[in-house]
Ligand binder design. Sequence first.
Ligand code: 26Y
Length: 818
Amino acid sequence: PHDASASRRSYDVDALAEEIVEKLTYSIGKSPARARKYDWLRAVTLTVRDRIIDHWLEAEDARAASGGKQVAYLSMEFLIGRLLRDAINNLNLTTQVAEALKRYNVDLDMIELLEPDAALGNGGLGRLAACFMESMASVGVPGFGYGIRYVHGFFRQEIADGAQVELPENWLLHGNPWEFERRERSYEIGFGGKVTSVVGEPGKPPRQLWRPAERVLAVAYDTPIVGWRGAHVNTLRLWSAQALDPILLDAFNSGDHIGALVESNKAEAITRVLYPADSHQAGQELRLRQEFFFSSASLQDIIRRHLETNESLSNLHDKVSIQLNDTHPAVSVAELMRLLVDVHGMEWDEAWEITRQTFSYTNHTLLPEALEHWPIHLFERLLPRQMQIIYAINAAVIRQAMESKGFDGGRIAAISLIDENNGRRVRMGQLAFVGSHAVNGVSALHTDLMKETVFHALHELYPDRIQNKTNGVTPRRWLMEANPGLTSLLKETIGEGFLDDISKIRDVERFATDAGFRDRFAAVKRENKARLADVISERLAISVDPDALFDIQVKRIHEYKRQFLNIIEAVALYDQIRSQPATNWTPRVKVFAGKAAPSYLQAKEIIHLANDVARVINSDPAVRDLLKVVFIPNYNVSLAEIIMPAADISEQISTAGLEASGTGNMKFALNGALTIGTLDGANVEMRDHIGEENIFIFGLTASEVAQRRREGHSGRSVIEGLPLLRDALHAISSGVFSPDEPNRYNGLVGNLYNNDWWMIAADFQSYWDTQRRADALWADPAEWNRKAILNTARMSWFSSDRSIREYAADIWRTGTDA
Ligand code: 26Y
């Protein structure tokens, strides 16, 4: 491993202390005596940043000199969270910075908490992009992340009278010390207008020229991403939209003061706010503008950088690999073709070959409602030349399918880039697929299902294109930084090797039967639970007992993730505790957190129900603290860092076949929680690694779900045969938890009777039984802790370092350090 001392700036405490005050004085203009805590945060950030910059510039030089291949990771979302602790940890500076600050009576932990959470993403997909950026820098894959610099990230959630309220998020309010504006990296992005044919050289086809009606400027903001031990620094380049003319002076001078600003407002609207939906395509024009804006800017930047050191674009695919994070940047396929053919004069066939060799595409969902498709008329109006190119690609693909594989009728319709059934739409999944040399799913099960469902026909046409790349999470943020207690215990027990090579964490397996170690492991967990209990007490004024079983479900709220199933189980348990007070119930705290898309009404009802149920159960003296239900508002990366280490049970209970992978499941298990889950997404592979005796699996499998749906399953007969479930549902729908509006949950409950699309009724008994098995295990702490330790010991494969090495070897064909 590289050593951070290669840096020009000193790492010793005296130097750090001196420099922090220097920043305070000359960059912020405050004396230590007058500095407020935010000033200290800024001063520390700038001091740490300098140490990253040294490595950053070295990495840039090395990269330019080597002329090696780079990765461009294109993603609409980067859910990075706070950066200071991550940077300090990866530079191995934690003790020194804390020590330096102590000289001024400033507490590093307190300062770190002041940093705003960069929430430029919705959930799993955005957080995965952030873990991947960190892992690329840690394993030595030279790469750029390309995305959007949203002024407002994911909304802040408050709960008022039990219901979700969305408030604007403002992470840039106090400025962002991590970013560098790069005015020289600006590109024009067009929208609308016309395409004209220009007669070319003799013997050559006419060239198409796009004359956009509107143009905006994309300006780059760079954030350095430092890897473990400072070995590498990569760049996260986020684009901000600006008007070419900040003000229309003619309009202003003639008295139209508002009109003078219309264009700049319209331009800047593109990067103003993150769309908060992760499961339903809204189909709005602004979203398509965002997608094209950052795709085109990134491609123009990639081309410009390429031409700085290469003579032509004919070797582009040897020098850069572009990963499309879902279909959000899929318009890039058409835009790269336009740039190569129209702007740089390349022949179509060569351009197509280079395009396909350059792109690869990751699919993150099979849910039909989340697949992107754009109405032709909208696409054509906004991106007329790209639409022509898509038609041309489509014609070529269809011709090839007919000639080489004899496709006709249904299979042509299935592979077509144009959906003819729903008012003619461009299918972004098909575009990304045909424009890529590799297409991947994010868990083994998900990849298999991709081949069988959405991409069945395309898989038949291109049988070698789909491959699996199971997700992972970075152990730096999700173990070392989130769980310093466990990290110290591991260091003392198995040495420090696992910090550089997480697979060595397996060495702790042999301590699972060591009673002394088990007690220390349990003590760390208890401390982490006490920390979460403090947060719950501060934010909600609810007291929970750190010795109770902490049963936690945190993730976006969605019907398929089945928070409803979990809540019904809580209600049934409540019912049982009341009716059988003499039973030896396991004290449990059920914790929920997560945001609903603002327009997703059922998801919002589920949040409301969780809060209603919590209020009633927590205030019922008959429960005697045997059950508490807590909904913690405003789930984000920083809250997750507190929650993951504090769980005894991790709820991963999606309807089988619908959760592409999950990554929260990995964070929990790495921190020693036992999973209760379905055979869905990466849970399947987690079971294989952890051992089926150390994970609680329940419920229908993906193929059983598909079968039930084919048979027209409905919940009614199931519910009527299960009094426990029936009574719980009756309580919910009769207003026990919503006396102010007794019918509030009629719709939610009615859906289970009439349809049960998400198999909540179908899986209830199995879920209930499995929870009671967990209760029984809890009664044997030695055994529980043994299994928890085995979870931590056996999760290393789910490191994003492993995922990135697989991408690098099989898709990008770039090197890594190790
Ligand atoms: C098109 C728009 C509505 C949209 C926006 C965001 C559609 C989807 C998304 C985000 C999807 C997402 O976060 N998917 C999750 O990706 C994770 C990383 O691969 C998976 O672990 C997780 O199972 C999947 O739901």
